[in-house]
Design a protein around this ligand. Structure first.
Ligand SMILES: NC(=O)c1ccc[n+]([C@@H]2O[C@H](COP(=O)([O-])OP(=O)(O)OC[C@H]3O[C@@H](n4cnc5c(N)ncnc54)[C@H](OP(=O)(O)O)[C@@H]3O)[C@@H](O)[C@H]2O)c1
Length: 285
Protein backbone atom coordinates (compact mmCIF):
# COMPACT_ATOMS: atom_id res chain seq x y z
CA UNK A 1 0.00 0.00 0.00
CA UNK A 2 1.63 3.33 -1.02
CA UNK A 3 1.86 5.88 1.78
CA UNK A 4 1.22 9.58 1.39
CA UNK A 5 1.44 12.60 3.64
CA UNK A 6 -0.86 15.53 2.92
CA UNK A 7 0.94 18.40 4.67
CA UNK A 8 -1.92 20.91 4.87
CA UNK A 9 -5.22 19.08 5.15
CA UNK A 10 -7.51 22.04 4.37
CA UNK A 11 -9.97 22.72 1.57
CA UNK A 12 -7.86 21.08 -1.12
CA UNK A 13 -5.82 18.75 1.08
CA UNK A 14 -8.86 17.10 2.60
CA UNK A 15 -10.51 16.38 -0.73
CA UNK A 16 -7.20 14.98 -1.98
CA UNK A 17 -6.75 12.84 1.13
CA UNK A 18 -10.31 11.49 0.78
CA UNK A 19 -9.74 10.38 -2.82
CA UNK A 20 -6.32 8.88 -2.19
CA UNK A 21 -7.70 6.94 0.76
CA UNK A 22 -10.53 5.63 -1.46
CA UNK A 23 -7.94 4.60 -4.04
CA UNK A 24 -6.11 2.43 -1.53
CA UNK A 25 -3.34 4.77 -0.36
CA UNK A 26 -2.35 4.87 3.30
CA UNK A 27 -2.97 8.53 4.06
CA UNK A 28 -1.84 10.82 6.84
CA UNK A 29 -2.97 14.46 6.97
CA UNK A 30 -1.41 17.36 8.85
CA UNK A 31 -2.94 20.61 9.98
CA UNK A 32 -1.35 23.55 11.80
CA UNK A 33 -3.69 23.53 14.76
CA UNK A 34 -4.97 20.79 17.06
CA UNK A 35 -8.62 22.01 16.75
CA UNK A 36 -8.45 21.63 12.93
CA UNK A 37 -7.05 18.12 13.34
CA UNK A 38 -9.78 17.25 15.85
CA UNK A 39 -12.46 18.37 13.39
CA UNK A 40 -11.18 15.68 11.05
CA UNK A 41 -11.07 12.97 13.71
CA UNK A 42 -13.86 11.01 11.99
CA UNK A 43 -11.88 10.64 8.76
CA UNK A 44 -10.89 7.09 7.92
CA UNK A 45 -7.23 8.14 7.92
CA UNK A 46 -4.97 9.74 10.52
CA UNK A 47 -4.95 13.52 10.85
CA UNK A 48 -2.74 15.31 13.33
CA UNK A 49 -1.35 18.74 14.05
CA UNK A 50 2.25 19.07 12.90
CA UNK A 51 3.53 22.53 12.03
CA UNK A 52 5.56 22.35 8.81
CA UNK A 53 7.40 25.53 9.76
CA UNK A 54 8.84 23.83 12.85
CA UNK A 55 11.82 21.72 11.81
CA UNK A 56 12.05 19.85 15.11
CA UNK A 57 8.36 18.92 14.99
CA UNK A 58 8.57 17.73 11.37
CA UNK A 59 11.78 15.79 12.02
CA UNK A 60 10.29 14.06 15.04
CA UNK A 61 7.81 12.22 12.81
CA UNK A 62 9.14 8.75 12.23
CA UNK A 63 6.63 7.43 9.70
CA UNK A 64 7.89 6.77 6.19
CA UNK A 65 6.01 8.08 3.17
CA UNK A 66 6.36 7.40 -0.55
CA UNK A 67 4.99 10.83 -1.43
CA UNK A 68 4.40 14.11 0.37
CA UNK A 69 2.03 16.73 -1.02
CA UNK A 70 2.77 20.13 0.45
CA UNK A 71 -0.51 22.02 0.39
CA UNK A 72 -0.42 24.03 3.59
CA UNK A 73 -1.59 27.56 2.94
CA UNK A 74 -0.38 30.87 4.28
CA UNK A 75 -4.03 31.92 4.49
CA UNK A 76 -3.22 35.10 2.56
CA UNK A 77 -0.48 36.21 4.99
CA UNK A 78 2.39 38.58 4.31
CA UNK A 79 5.74 37.81 2.67
CA UNK A 80 7.20 36.65 5.99
CA UNK A 81 4.39 34.13 6.33
CA UNK A 82 5.01 32.94 2.76
CA UNK A 83 8.66 32.43 3.63
CA UNK A 84 7.72 30.34 6.65
CA UNK A 85 4.95 28.23 5.17
CA UNK A 86 6.18 27.63 1.64
CA UNK A 87 9.96 27.95 1.74
CA UNK A 88 10.83 26.83 5.27
CA UNK A 89 7.98 24.29 5.04
CA UNK A 90 9.50 22.75 1.88
CA UNK A 91 12.99 22.77 3.43
CA UNK A 92 11.74 21.03 6.56
CA UNK A 93 9.84 18.37 4.64
CA UNK A 94 12.82 17.68 2.34
CA UNK A 95 15.09 17.45 5.35
CA UNK A 96 12.82 15.08 7.27
CA UNK A 97 11.89 12.87 4.30
CA UNK A 98 14.95 12.85 2.02
CA UNK A 99 13.93 9.73 0.09
CA UNK A 100 10.33 10.81 -0.46
CA UNK A 101 8.93 12.51 -3.59
CA UNK A 102 7.64 15.97 -2.78
CA UNK A 103 4.80 17.50 -4.79
CA UNK A 104 4.54 21.22 -4.08
CA UNK A 105 1.29 23.09 -4.75
CA UNK A 106 2.33 26.47 -6.09
CA UNK A 107 0.29 29.08 -7.92
CA UNK A 108 -0.18 30.50 -11.41
CA UNK A 109 0.44 33.89 -9.76
CA UNK A 110 4.13 33.26 -10.49
CA UNK A 111 3.48 34.27 -14.13
CA UNK A 112 3.83 38.04 -14.36
CA UNK A 113 2.82 38.46 -18.03
CA UNK A 114 0.57 41.45 -18.56
CA UNK A 115 -0.90 41.48 -22.04
CA UNK A 116 -3.29 38.58 -21.96
CA UNK A 117 -0.53 36.31 -23.29
CA UNK A 118 -0.99 32.55 -23.33
CA UNK A 119 1.54 31.11 -20.90
CA UNK A 120 2.69 27.55 -20.42
CA UNK A 121 5.30 25.90 -18.23
CA UNK A 122 8.12 27.03 -20.55
CA UNK A 123 7.12 30.70 -20.27
CA UNK A 124 9.10 33.00 -18.00
CA UNK A 125 7.84 33.01 -14.43
CA UNK A 126 9.39 36.15 -13.00
CA UNK A 127 6.93 37.60 -10.54
CA UNK A 128 7.41 41.24 -9.61
CA UNK A 129 5.86 40.80 -6.18
CA UNK A 130 7.81 39.36 -3.28
CA UNK A 131 5.31 36.63 -2.45
CA UNK A 132 5.55 35.27 -5.99
CA UNK A 133 9.35 35.36 -5.76
CA UNK A 134 9.20 33.29 -2.57
CA UNK A 135 6.95 30.76 -4.29
CA UNK A 136 9.46 30.55 -7.16
CA UNK A 137 12.26 29.96 -4.65
CA UNK A 138 10.29 27.16 -3.04
CA UNK A 139 9.52 25.68 -6.49
CA UNK A 140 13.21 25.67 -7.42
CA UNK A 141 14.14 24.07 -4.13
CA UNK A 142 11.62 21.27 -4.65
CA UNK A 143 12.65 20.74 -8.29
CA UNK A 144 16.32 20.58 -7.31
CA UNK A 145 15.38 17.64 -5.08
CA UNK A 146 13.61 15.89 -7.97
CA UNK A 147 10.22 16.97 -6.75
CA UNK A 148 7.22 18.17 -8.75
CA UNK A 149 5.39 21.45 -8.85
CA UNK A 150 1.69 21.94 -9.56
CA UNK A 151 0.92 25.59 -10.34
CA UNK A 152 -2.73 25.96 -9.37
CA UNK A 153 -5.12 28.55 -10.70
CA UNK A 154 -7.61 30.20 -8.35
CA UNK A 155 -9.34 27.39 -6.49
CA UNK A 156 -13.13 27.27 -6.50
CA UNK A 157 -15.56 24.53 -5.68
CA UNK A 158 -18.33 23.62 -3.24
CA UNK A 159 -18.78 26.50 -0.80
CA UNK A 160 -15.86 28.45 -2.25
CA UNK A 161 -15.67 31.06 -4.96
CA UNK A 162 -13.87 34.35 -4.57
CA UNK A 163 -15.70 35.87 -7.56
CA UNK A 164 -19.16 34.74 -6.46
CA UNK A 165 -18.59 36.09 -2.96
CA UNK A 166 -17.42 39.40 -4.38
CA UNK A 167 -20.44 39.53 -6.65
CA UNK A 168 -22.87 38.73 -3.81
CA UNK A 169 -21.22 41.42 -1.66
CA UNK A 170 -21.86 43.96 -4.40
CA UNK A 171 -18.17 44.22 -5.16
CA UNK A 172 -18.22 42.54 -8.55
CA UNK A 173 -17.43 45.53 -10.66
CA UNK A 174 -17.10 45.20 -14.43
CA UNK A 175 -13.76 46.85 -14.88
CA UNK A 176 -13.60 47.88 -18.52
CA UNK A 177 -10.41 49.86 -18.19
CA UNK A 178 -8.25 47.29 -16.45
CA UNK A 179 -10.05 44.08 -17.31
CA UNK A 180 -8.08 40.89 -16.99
CA UNK A 181 -8.35 37.16 -17.43
CA UNK A 182 -8.97 34.93 -14.46
CA UNK A 183 -7.51 31.43 -14.44
CA UNK A 184 -9.45 29.15 -12.17
CA UNK A 185 -9.80 25.46 -11.49
CA UNK A 186 -12.38 23.43 -9.63
CA UNK A 187 -11.14 21.75 -6.47
CA UNK A 188 -12.13 18.29 -7.71
CA UNK A 189 -10.15 18.77 -10.90
CA UNK A 190 -7.05 19.66 -8.88
CA UNK A 191 -7.60 16.49 -6.87
CA UNK A 192 -7.73 14.35 -10.02
CA UNK A 193 -4.61 16.12 -11.34
CA UNK A 194 -2.68 15.53 -8.10
CA UNK A 195 -3.72 11.87 -8.11
CA UNK A 196 -2.44 11.46 -11.65
CA UNK A 197 0.85 13.21 -10.85
CA UNK A 198 1.56 11.14 -7.76
CA UNK A 199 0.65 7.90 -9.51
CA UNK A 200 2.96 8.71 -12.42
CA UNK A 201 5.75 10.37 -10.45
CA UNK A 202 8.32 7.71 -11.35
CA UNK A 203 8.03 8.31 -15.15
CA UNK A 204 7.47 12.04 -14.90
CA UNK A 205 10.34 13.04 -12.60
CA UNK A 206 11.02 16.69 -11.85
CA UNK A 207 8.38 18.65 -13.69
CA UNK A 208 6.10 21.66 -13.44
CA UNK A 209 2.42 21.36 -14.39
CA UNK A 210 -0.15 24.13 -14.64
CA UNK A 211 -3.48 23.05 -13.16
CA UNK A 212 -6.22 25.28 -14.56
CA UNK A 213 -9.46 24.73 -16.43
CA UNK A 214 -9.72 24.87 -20.23
CA UNK A 215 -10.95 28.40 -20.58
CA UNK A 216 -9.53 31.53 -18.97
CA UNK A 217 -12.30 34.09 -18.75
CA UNK A 218 -12.39 37.87 -18.40
CA UNK A 219 -13.33 38.95 -14.87
CA UNK A 220 -15.99 41.22 -16.35
CA UNK A 221 -17.60 38.28 -18.17
CA UNK A 222 -17.87 36.30 -14.94
CA UNK A 223 -19.73 39.15 -13.24
CA UNK A 224 -21.98 39.71 -16.23
CA UNK A 225 -22.79 36.02 -16.41
CA UNK A 226 -23.57 35.91 -12.68
CA UNK A 227 -25.72 39.03 -13.00
CA UNK A 228 -27.82 37.46 -15.76
CA UNK A 229 -27.98 34.06 -14.09
CA UNK A 230 -28.95 35.32 -10.63
CA UNK A 231 -31.00 38.23 -11.99
CA UNK A 232 -29.23 40.75 -9.83
CA UNK A 233 -27.89 43.94 -11.25
CA UNK A 234 -24.24 44.79 -11.15
CA UNK A 235 -23.20 47.83 -9.21
CA UNK A 236 -21.69 50.03 -11.86
CA UNK A 237 -19.94 53.31 -11.31
CA UNK A 238 -17.89 51.87 -8.47
CA UNK A 239 -14.14 51.72 -8.89
CA UNK A 240 -12.80 48.19 -8.94
CA UNK A 241 -10.63 47.47 -5.92
CA UNK A 242 -6.91 46.92 -6.51
CA UNK A 243 -5.87 43.33 -7.04
CA UNK A 244 -3.90 41.46 -4.45
CA UNK A 245 -1.06 40.17 -6.55
CA UNK A 246 -0.20 43.01 -8.87
CA UNK A 247 -1.47 43.54 -12.34
CA UNK A 248 -0.66 40.38 -14.27
CA UNK A 249 -2.98 39.45 -17.08
CA UNK A 250 -2.44 36.14 -18.79
CA UNK A 251 -4.18 33.03 -20.05
CA UNK A 252 -2.64 29.96 -18.46
CA UNK A 253 -2.49 26.84 -20.62
CA UNK A 254 -3.19 23.35 -19.26
CA UNK A 255 -1.98 21.60 -22.42
CA UNK A 256 0.94 19.84 -20.78
CA UNK A 257 -1.27 18.26 -18.13
CA UNK A 258 -3.94 17.29 -20.64
CA UNK A 259 -1.30 15.58 -22.72
CA UNK A 260 -0.99 13.12 -19.82
CA UNK A 261 -4.67 12.24 -20.23
CA UNK A 262 -6.12 14.56 -17.57
CA UNK A 263 -9.44 16.19 -18.46
CA UNK A 264 -11.19 18.60 -16.13
CA UNK A 265 -14.69 17.54 -15.07
CA UNK A 266 -15.47 21.30 -14.91
CA UNK A 267 -13.88 22.67 -18.09
CA UNK A 268 -14.97 26.27 -17.64
CA UNK A 269 -16.54 28.83 -15.31
CA UNK A 270 -20.11 28.32 -16.51
CA UNK A 271 -20.07 24.54 -16.09
CA UNK A 272 -18.41 24.80 -12.67
CA UNK A 273 -20.87 27.43 -11.49
CA UNK A 274 -23.95 25.70 -12.84
CA UNK A 275 -23.16 22.15 -11.87
CA UNK A 276 -21.31 22.60 -8.60
CA UNK A 277 -20.77 26.01 -7.06
CA UNK A 278 -24.11 27.82 -7.30
CA UNK A 279 -26.01 24.79 -5.89
CA UNK A 280 -23.51 24.61 -3.02
CA UNK A 281 -24.36 28.24 -2.19
CA UNK A 282 -28.09 27.44 -2.22
CA UNK A 283 -28.83 28.78 -5.72
CA UNK A 284 -30.40 26.83 -8.55
CA UNK A 285 -27.76 25.47 -10.90
N1 LIG B 1 -6.82 29.32 -2.75
C1 LIG B 1 -6.37 29.49 -3.98
O1 LIG B 1 -7.06 30.02 -4.87
C2 LIG B 1 -5.00 28.95 -4.35
C3 LIG B 1 -4.48 29.26 -5.59
C4 LIG B 1 -3.24 28.73 -5.94
C5 LIG B 1 -2.57 27.90 -5.04
N2 LIG B 1 -3.11 27.62 -3.82
C6 LIG B 1 -2.39 26.71 -2.92
O2 LIG B 1 -3.16 25.55 -2.71
C7 LIG B 1 -2.81 24.96 -1.46
C8 LIG B 1 -4.06 24.57 -0.68
O3 LIG B 1 -4.84 25.70 -0.41
P1 LIG B 1 -6.24 25.57 0.38
O4 LIG B 1 -7.12 26.59 -0.22
O5 LIG B 1 -6.67 24.15 0.44
O6 LIG B 1 -5.81 26.07 1.84
P2 LIG B 1 -6.70 26.04 3.18
O7 LIG B 1 -8.09 25.63 2.94
O8 LIG B 1 -6.47 27.38 3.84
O9 LIG B 1 -6.02 24.90 4.06
C9 LIG B 1 -4.74 25.02 4.52
C10 LIG B 1 -4.41 23.83 5.37
O10 LIG B 1 -3.02 23.93 5.70
C11 LIG B 1 -2.90 23.80 7.09
N3 LIG B 1 -1.73 24.55 7.52
C12 LIG B 1 -1.56 25.89 7.53
N4 LIG B 1 -0.34 26.19 8.04
C13 LIG B 1 0.24 25.00 8.35
C14 LIG B 1 1.45 24.65 8.96
N5 LIG B 1 2.34 25.59 9.34
N6 LIG B 1 1.73 23.34 9.16
C15 LIG B 1 0.84 22.38 8.81
N7 LIG B 1 -0.32 22.64 8.23
C16 LIG B 1 -0.64 23.95 8.02
C17 LIG B 1 -4.17 24.37 7.67
O11 LIG B 1 -4.34 23.92 9.01
P3 LIG B 1 -5.19 24.81 10.09
O12 LIG B 1 -6.63 24.62 9.74
O13 LIG B 1 -4.83 24.25 11.40
O14 LIG B 1 -4.73 26.24 9.90
C18 LIG B 1 -5.17 23.78 6.70
O15 LIG B 1 -5.42 22.45 7.03
C19 LIG B 1 -1.90 25.97 -0.77
O16 LIG B 1 -0.58 25.58 -0.99
C20 LIG B 1 -2.18 27.25 -1.50
O17 LIG B 1 -1.12 28.14 -1.47
C21 LIG B 1 -4.31 28.13 -3.47
Amino acid sequence: MPRILIAGCGYLGQATADLLHERGWKVEGWTASAPSARQLAAKPYAVRAVDVTNRAAVSSVHEEFDVVIQCASSGGGDAEEYRRIYLAGARNLLHAFPRTSLLFTSSTSVYAQKRGDIVDETSPANPAHEKGQILREAEELVLSHNGMVARLGGIYGPGRSFLLRKFLAGEGVPDDAGDHFVNQVHRDDIVSALLLLVERRADLGRQIYNVVDNQPILARDTYQWLSAKLQRSLLTGKVAAGRKRGDSNKRVSNRKLRALGWEPRYPNFVVAMTESILPSFGFEG
